[in-house]
Design a protein around this ligand. Structure first.
Ligand code: ZN
Length: 278
């Protein structure tokens, strides 16, 4: 009986809402769900160790970092599936797999405060990037080929005020760095009559220390067989940003003025058939 009750509670906690739209050969959908619990929610099930695990235990098994962000939304996932089987998805688990877990993890002024606030974080466990910085660019299936390109995203088209067919902004994870700033990964999808556009953004602000952004934009025009992927990494020390600290709070305000550290453009070839049927 206990097992039944627990699984019922667990199912309710992870009740997710899905929404989707068809765009030519693409099926675009997102799930939204609740926060990752901080402990195992179905010990009876997970201790059997037979590949049936709660979300918390899945995260513990898959990730090497000793702590997760305060808020992880394990089933907040955006998926774009082409009818040939190619799939592009954005999920917090794959993003957190790319958080550095080495002794070279960055040290900044509030590391000590962070340590004090988490008494369970031993000195040994401190050897990971507690800002959860990730250069995740989405998860692609193997049948998508990635090529460098000079073709840019059509920003003029993005600015045009067409009808928005589908829009959502999903938070994948967020941590307030013990009130010393913010570390957040989110993804937005916008589907318009002639294209779809995705912005995956990792934003880090360590108050009075630094600001960093890692942004991946994906742009797909209808009747083409590829997606343009633009990745931009920006970073600055707080002292080098010529705006008041109060204006550094919002990612949209501060990212445009940050210096670019890295920028790459790729074409994701979804299928090689030249007679596009989309
Ligand atoms: Zn568990």
């Amino acid at each position: 009986m206990l097992t039944l009750e627990e699984s019922h509670v667990d199912a309710r906690r992870f009740t997710s809402n899905s929404k989707s739209i068809e765009f030519g050969p693409w099926h675009i959908s997102y799930d939204i769900s609740c926060i990752l619990p901080s402990v195992c929610s179905t010990k009876v099930v997970c201790e059997r160790n037979d590949d049936q695990f709660c979300q918390f235990c899945v995260y513990c098994k898959e990730l090497t970092i000793p702590h997760f962000p305060d808020m992880v939304f394990p089933k907040n996932i955006l998926t774009l599936t082409h009818n040939n089987g190619a799939k592009i998805s954005f999920n917090p688990l794959d993003a957190l797999k790319l958080v550095a877990c080495t002794t070279e993890a960055i040290e900044v002024s509030c590391a000590e405060a962070w340590q004090v606030a988490r008494p369970d974080a031993t000195k040994k466990k401190r050897n990971f990037d507690w800002t959860f910085s990730t250069d995740y660019k989405g998860t692609l299936t193997d049948n998508i080929s990635i090529e460098p390109t000079d073709e840019k995203i059509n920003y003029e088209l993005l600015k045009q005020k067409d009808q928005i067919l589908f829009y959502h902004d999903l938070t994948l994870f967020e941590d307030e760095l013990h009130d010393h700033g913010i570390s957040k990964l989110s993804v937005k999808i916008r589907v318009m009559p002639s294209y779809w556009f995705v912005l995956l953004r990792y934003f880090l602000r360590v108050d009075d220390v630094m600001v960093r952004s890692h942004e991946t934009r994906m742009f797909h025009m209808s009747n083409t067989n590829y997606v343009i992927r633009e990745y931009t990494a920006k970073e600055s020390k707080a002292e080098d940003i010529q705006i008041p600290a109060s204006q550094m709070k919002e990612a949209d305000d501060v990212i445009p003025i940050l210096p670019v550290r890295e920028k790459t453009l790729h074409k994701l070839i979804v299928y090689s058939d030249s007679s596009c049927s989309s």
